[in-house]
Design a binder for this molecule. Structure first.
Ligand code: ZN
Length: 308
């Protein structure tokens, strides 16, 4: 069980890791504890987000009409650096999968996030990274490195490993943030933890785009449609592809994010194959089973790479 760091200890830990820390006016007393009657902690891990916007530090401080701030503990600008927003309860996680929280706490492999049944704001630190999250909006190397240092600082001071870190997309069904690869991010934090605090890990970390494994996706496209509704073969890859199909206007949002390559997803992918941008396939070549060329075209437009 870990007690959340005080504002002073939080700033000290981040500076010791090598970060320049900016303090937004009022952040030390800014929280959701009083309004909700629930205090922050004990803490079990870290959640990483992208903001899906630009110039949104003040938005993360104040929140929105439907979601009062603070919306994170720290906000990391594209070029504005790291800003402290809160050290207590913040509205960043919402309802997440209790199994994911348990895995972060145990530092075991993350399970599929198929439920939203536990309040992540109780027990998770949250970093909001300024980025549109489109897959096209780059994370400058400096910004990504600062994100790695932020997570490493918290892990180091709590005695956690990189397995105490999840992306919001790994914790709550339907979420897609952050838009970089989380396995690479955790590996980068692990390298940083192996280095001395304040000394950057070598080689310096840079963001990598999420990957979709073609053979696993094809297996899902063949196994899921004839199986029981909601059958899941390859959740992470299917979610990336479904999200891209939604953005292309080929799949209704309600069908995306469950990780199942069902008949609706298959039909949407066939529409992608027939489209000009997808390659203009006809007949059995547009059967809704992904091929390398059509999938690479989709990934190039929506920020994922294809492996096989
Ligand atoms: Zn998020």
């Amino acid at each position: 069980m870990a007690t959340p760091l005080s504002a002073d200890r939080l700033v000290a830990a981040l500076r010791a890791e090598g970060l320049t820390v900016h303090e937004r006016d009022g952040w030390r007393s800014h929280s959701r504890d009083t309004a909700t009657g629930k205090s922050f902690g004990p803490v079990y891990g870290i959640l990483i987000h992208h903001t899906a916007g630009h110039n949104d530090r003040e938005l993360c401080y104040w929140g929105r009409s439907d979601l009062p701030g603070p919306l994170c503990h720290s906000w990391l600008g594209k070029t504005d650096g790291l800003w402290m927003i809160s050290s207590k309860r913040a509205n960043h996680a919402g309802l997440v999968d209790a199994d994911v929280i348990a895995a972060l706490r145990a530092e075991s492999a993350l399970p599929h996030d198929d439920q939203a049944n536990a309040d992540g704001n109780d027990c998770l630190y949250g970093l909001e990274i300024e980025n549109l999250g489109t897959g096209k909006d780059p994370y400058p190397a400096k910004q990504y490195r600062e994100a790695v240092l932020w997570a490493a600082a918290l892990c180091r001071v709590h005695g956690w490993s990189e397995r105490s870190i999840a992306g919001h997309k790994e914790a709550q069904p339907g979420k897609v943030d952050p838009s970089f690869d989380m396995d690479t991010f955790r590996a980068d934090v692990k390298k940083q933890l192996a280095a001395k605090p304040g000394a950057p890990a070598r080689p310096l970390p840079t963001p990598s785009t999420p990957r979709v494994d073609l053979s696993r996706l094809i297996a899902a496209a063949k196994a899921d449609p004839p199986a029981k509704q909601g059958h899941v073969t390859y959740r992470a890859g299917v979610n990336l592809v479904e999200n891209a199909l939604v953005k292309e206007g080929l799949l209704a949002k309600t069908y995306a994010g469950d990780g199942s390559y069902g008949t609706t997803t298959k039909a949407a992918y066939a529409r992608w194959q027939r489209s000009v941008a997808g390659g203009g396939y006809t007949g059995t070549a547009a059967d809704g089973i992904p091929g390398s060329a059509s999938l690479k075209r989709l990934g190039a437009r929506h920020g994922f790479t294809v492996t096989s």
